[in-house]
Write a protein of this length. Sequence first.
Length: 273
Amino acid sequence: MPQRRAITGRSQEPRARFAEELRILRAKRGVTLRALADAVGWDASLFGKMEKVQTLGGPEVVEALDQYYGSGELLLTLWELAVADPTQFKERYRQYMRLEAEAVSMWQYSPGIAPGLLQTPEYAAELLQQGGLTGAELEEQVAARMGRRELLLAEGGPQFRAILSEAVLRTPLRDPEAWQVQLRHLLAMGGRANVTVHVLPGAKGLHGLTDTDVMFLQGARGVVAWVETGYSGELVQESTAVQQLQLRYDRVRDLALTPDESREFIERMLEEA
């Protein structure tokens, strides 16, 4: 395996650094985008967009490029750094992503979709497709979401409590097998020491968070909340506002099934799927 080159002195922004290395490797090989496409088996326009920082592509194409250039895992490593870089997200998400990465505990209420930290790749892909994403951009965003999920799987990961509205479990994926995989994943994650899953039955009626997806993050600087309603999101940091949201969350938690009851509920949904 070729020795990895130091990246010091080149662009330090992960996405730009990845694109820069793509250009350098292609120039050293002395091939055009068309010749590269013919050799590796992907469309030349994709490689052009990757070199112009317009897309990151997916892991399969990056691994193919590493193999073609004989660069070991250099490109894959740079790609993983670029995917994990919070600056790829829209401006309003940047601070939230940093806080999420630093959180020691998190708790969320989800009224309509499975929490991002508990999604399978298939669930994330179908959800993102509904937002218009396709091709390499879709692969990139799914990979980014799966990268966030590693927060819960890492040793010493944060404590995470999720309350799922029954509506989440009554809205299946188009592919029944993929939906079963998602339900099994919820059961598996709920069995982890640092993850607790509750189900809120629809029969409990309206409540203070009925139409609000909220995530609380507790870190060294206290607790903040990320609130989403429809297509907008807001980071709430003012202590009084956060406390009011926490009170609503506590009341919803009181209405929800216990973790054991919730597990049984999800198991019944799996049997019906």
